[in-house]
Design a protein around this ligand. Structure first.
Ligand code: 3HC
Ligand code: NAI
Length: 706
């Protein structure tokens, strides 16, 4: 064995007649300019060293290569370009083997496909997730993958963005062999030596024959096109992926590569790429909070849940799914039985759909116990309250928890709006209390607002974030205010929608405009789904404290007074005949709206989809700026994450703050000032928005500062 030659992020050393090339660029071996240059040098070295008979590519640490360095996108390109490095690897006159472990994703898999042979360890994940970043595989992936595994399987990989296991990759023909063990170097050397012993020569993916049946390949492209038309509504890159694979089928390899390059650059330039990559990083930023620098999480081995309604049951399932035991406490045996049934129902559906085995269902439910006596919570490390949204009820619960919880237990409320500090004051240990605001359905929705009260201790907060980590949720730190980050902002843009409705837009036009923006559903469809009675109760609660200067649109109340709460009552803003899930417009609702307009003395005027979107978004952005200004959210990208993971904001638009930056804060402010001429009480520009817009800065500048 010769001495190792360090070469920046890529090290080479000879092991007998094999040149071992190790990509060593923490944390995930992304293909930065240094790595690309190092790979190119290593291949040159292999070509020029007569003692080298084969090359082995491996990754240091937990991964082979996680892909292109996403941080470089949008900046001036630095040579060598990854497609060129891949072509150089493929052209190498000596066999090149890639030993894959952990992530072999995106450009990482493309490097592996440019190699001549691939061995995959059991923990390897082989995938082309570029579509999730608004891109397509741009280093030969769209050309080599279908030549190896056929158009249909390649399109599945590229359009879903989901990785394959080592076993599936070998079965599909993406990898050649699955190794046992956990050491990529040992597995790679073993495989390379066997190949050399068999006299293996370079075998290039560009020569793969899996597209030989042209008609079948074109049919696969056509079928995928029909599939994505519905499932990837509004997205730019899926159609480009189809075009690239079509080029692979119809053109020689080198021309296909050129087509891929042109399509990749179109994606790279698209605002969707910027939005999706912003979302990728925003998702990883939320857990960076000051408390985690000061304190460690407390012990977290068991969880109590109070209330077995919609939320309590969903939270219990989320916790059981994470492998923790749950004790649920309800008011009485009948309510407890209903709570247990709700939990069982979730698992029954999964078993019914074949997504969970009966044994797994039994194992999860074995961790679940129920009680009607609060004493059953005495051993729980963390207790989450999900009882009725009523301050007195919640304070009574916390006073009781104060008596039964063990010292050091973390006490959490799932309240949607109520003052966490007042709830905490019902205990003798407000430092142990925080808000953990889950979203419905709690076992599915990714967002968890972690609400930090005035007296919440740092290790209590850290425990909330630890729970989120175990539950695989996206935790966002929020301060105390009415509605925290998400619901507070939602209330304001919902109000803007109601005002437009009274001024002339129908709820169906508003929903359509919001869907056109990219939301899966509009605000009135959402009300009908969640139940109009929930908002009605909140409005009644706030009636006494409502600012009389603010316009109050009564249309939703008129529907609630008739018992039209949405899907569950068969009608709301829409009609749901015979239990239909998809609503149809209701002429009676339009008549009620007309009557309300007359009562309010409003002459209706038309709103275009663009008018609706501008007002809806301006209201959202302005209130979000207030939330930031008041320190309720730590950074703009946290607000983006709240809306992306909890409220259906289209991910490719990056979230409201990122979107505002793209539109230009001066333009958003100009809109708000124009709207303020009609209604200055509602459209009050946020001081932070004014400050940023007038100094030519954007929200992103505050992300960097956070
Ligand atoms: N480029 C730059 N940074 C990256 C990165 C990438 N491709 N992938 C991850 N990182 C960073 C993260 O931002 C994070 O940084 P931080 O510690 O400063 O917050 C750090 O690496 C660790 O990442 P995770 O927290 O996500 O670590 P996990 O262990 O949970 O997950 C992973 C590892 C599965 C590799 C996950 O990070 C991942 O999915 N990465 C992205 C993979 C991807 O999308 N690759 C395709 C890129 S596009 C491409 O290759 C184009 C090509 O076709 C030309
Ligand atoms: P729900 O009405 O479905 O369930 C509440 C449950 O609490 C009932 O089963 C009731 O029997 C039980 N309960 C009431 N008092 C109790 C007590 N003293 N001890 C034990 N159990 C008691 O209500 P839901 O929708 O589950 O909401 C619960 C909380 O979660 C509320 O604070 C709500 O604001 C919040 N929330 C609700 C969301 C939703 O979409 N439904 C979303 C996020 C938060």
């Amino acid at each position: 064995m010769t001495a190792s030659v360090p070469a920046g992020a890529v090290h080479t050393r000879r092991d007998g007649d094999v040149l071992v090339v190790t990509i060593d660029h923490p944390p995930v071996n992304a293909l930065s300019a240094d790595v690309r240059a190092g790979l190119a040098r290593a291949i040159d070295q292999a070509g020029g060293d007569p003692q080298v008979r084969a090359v082995l590519l491996t990754g240091a640490g937990n991964n082979f290569i996680a892909g292109a360095d996403i941080r470089e996108f949008g900046k001036p390109p630095r040579p060598p370009a990854l497609p060129d490095v891949c072509n150089q690897i493929e052209a190498c006159a000596k066999p090149v083997v890639a030993a894959l472990h952990g992530a072999a994703l995106g450009g990482g898999l493309e490097v592996a496909l440019a190699a001549h042979y691939r061995v995959a360890l059991p923990n390897a994940k082989l995938g082309l997730p570029e579509v999730t970043l608004g891109l397509l595989p741009g280093a030969g992936g769209t050309q080599r993958t279908p030549r190896l595994i056929g158009a249909a399987a390649a399109l599945d990989l590229m359009l879903s963005g989901k990785p394959m296991t080592a076993q599936a990759a070998v079965a599909a023909g993406l990898a050649d062999e699955q190794a046992s063990g956990a050491d990529p170097l040992a597995a790679g050397l073993d495989y390379t030596r066997r190949l050399l012993a068999q006299g293996a020569k370079p075998r290039r993916s560009r020569d793969g024959q899996a597209l030989a049946d042209k008609a079948a390949s074109l049919a696969a492209i056509h079928a995928a096109g029909q599939r994505i038309a519905a499932s990837t509504r509004g997205l730019f890159s899926p159609a480009k992926i189809l075009d690239a694979v079509r080029a692979a089928v119809e053109q020689p390899f080198d021309e296909g590569l050129r087509a891929e390059r042109a399509l990749f650059l179109q994606c790279l330039d698209s605002p969707q790429r910027a939005g999706l990559i912003h979302a990728f990083f925003a998702e990883r930023e939320t857990a960076k909070i000051p408390e985690l620098k000061q304190a460690k999480p407390r012990r977290l081995d068991s969880v109590g849940v109070i209330g077995g309604g919609t939320m309590g049951a969903g939270i219990a399932v989320a916790v059981l799914d994470a492998g923790l035991p749950v004790v649920m406490v309800e008011q009485d045996e009948a309510a407890l039985a209903r709570g247990r049934q709700r939990v069982e129902h979730v698992y029954d559906l999964l078993v019914g759909k074949g997504r969970m085995s009966a044994d797994e269902r039994a194992a999860r439910l074995a961790r679940f116990t129920g009680a009607t006596d609060y004493a059953a919570l005495g051993e729980a490390d963390l207790i989450i309250e999900a009882v009725f949204e009523d301050m007195d009820v919640k304070r009574a619960v916390f006073a009781q928890l104060d008596r039964v919880a063990k010292p050091g237990a973390v006490l959490a409320t799932n309240t949607s709006y109520l003052d966490v500090d007042r709830i905490a004051q019902a205990t003798r240990g407000p430092a142990d209390v925080l808000g953990l605001h889950f979203f419905s359905p709690a076992n599915i929705m990714k967002l968890l607002e972690v609400v930090v009260g005035r007296q919440t201790a740092a290790d209590t907060v850290a425990t909330g974030f630890e729970l989120a980590r175990r539950l695989r949720k996206i935790p966002v730190r929020a301060g105390v205010c009415d509605g925290f980050i998400g619901n507070r902002i939602l209330a304001v843009h919902r109000q803007a929608a109601d005002m437009m409705m009274e001024d002339g837009a129908s709820p169906y036009e508003i929903d359509a405009a919001v869907r056109d923006f990219g939301y899966p559903m509009g605000p009135y469809q959402m009300v009908d789904l969640a139940g109009g009675d929930i908002g009605w109760a909140t409005r009644k609660r706030r009636a006494a404290t409502r600012d009389p200067a603010l316009r109050y649109v009564q249309i939703p109340d008129r529907l609630c007074e008739r018992g039209w709460f949405g899907q569950k009552t068969g009608r709301g803003f829409y009609l749901y005949p015979d239990g239909a899930r998809q609503g149809t417009p209701d002429p009676e609702v339009l008549a009620i709206i007309d009557a309300e307009r007359q009562r309010a003395g409003v002459t209706p005027r038309p709103f275009s989809a663009e008018d609706i979107q501008r007002r809806y978004l301006a209201a959202m952005i302005n209130e979000a700026a207030n939330v930031l200004h008041q320190g309720i959210a730590l950074r703009p990208s946290d607000i983006d994450m709240v809306f992306l993971s909890g409220y259906g904001f289209p991910r490719y638009r990056g979230g409201p703050m990122h979107y505002a930056d793209r539109v230009g804060l001066a333009n958003v402010l100009a809109d708000i000032r124009a709207f303020a001429k009609e209604d200055p009480a509602f459209w009050k520009p946020s001081p932070l928005l004014v400050e940023l817009a007038e100094s030519g800065r954007d929200f992103a500048s505050l992300n960097q500062a956070a």
